[in-house]
Structures are given as structure tokens and as C-alpha cells.
Design a protein around this ligand. Sequence first.
Ligand code: NI
Length: 171
Amino acid sequence: MAVLEIEIMGAKVLREKASPVGTVTDEIRILIRDMFDTMYDAEGIGLAAPQVGISQRILVVDVADEEEGEERHVHALVNPVVVEASRETGKETEGCLSIPGLEETVTRPLQVVIEALSPDGEPVRIEADGLLARALQHELDHLDGVLFIDRLSSLKRGILLRKWRKGRGRS
Ligand code: NI
């Protein structure tokens, strides 16, 4: 088990567009295992590679959706792409391991279809709704250097960031 250090907002890597993975090697599989360890240790439901300082297009999620009788969805995705997104959107509260202590309501498409490679390098297609769809979109954003606060109005974002920085003793 290897718990990696989680990058906190302000780190440059969180704002970079991550690179596609060429070949899914054993090294990538070890990174994925460490990402799961790190996510569980931090009690998160999703983690993207840039959050552990690796600018590559890899994410993991482990989501239990209450609306589905606690059915668990555990995925590790390499080079994920959203191929379909519903026009219908929904609002739910989100947080992020890279912005500890900050939560806010975010609007996102309710359903998405995502294509990616599995840790074995095989193509996978996931039709997601509910919390899984939300978690996957949040983690996918990380691969493009986008944080959930970027999806808020600039007014709301400004207020929240001031509060967050104050809480962390940075200003
Ligand atoms: Ni996040």
C-alpha cells in the first residue's frame, strides 16, 4: 500500500492539461493502485492523477449510489473521454480532496457516456448517471486542469476562495 501526497489548490500541476497515456504499463497499474490507496485513505470517492502530482489522463472512482441501493461503482479509467452528455442538468454539492473544507453546489449534466481504457488496456464504455456521473465529470475536469470552483459564478467563487484562503491562514 502506498498513500501518495495529495496536491492542494495552488499547485501548478492541478492547472495543467494532463497528457494521454501511451501504453498502459505495469508502472501505470501501480500508479492506479496507489491512487486507490490514496483515495481511500483520504475518504474520497474519486481521484485524478494530477491530484497526486502526475500529469497523465488517469482517474479512479469508488461511488456508492444511495438511489441504487448502495450499489458500488469502482472504476479506474485511462484516457477517459465524454462521448455523450445529457442536456438535462442537475445540482448537487461537491467537494474536492485538493480543496479541503470547501463545498458548493455545482450544475452538471445528469447522464454521461464515457469511453476509456481499463487498467488492462482494454476499451471500456460506461453509461453513468446519478453520483457516478457527477464523480466522473468532476475527475475528468481535473485532467483538463479544471477545478469544481471554476464551474461556479465568479462572484460565488471569489467569496468562497477568500474564505478558504483565510481558513488556511494564507491571507
Ligand atoms: Ni477534485
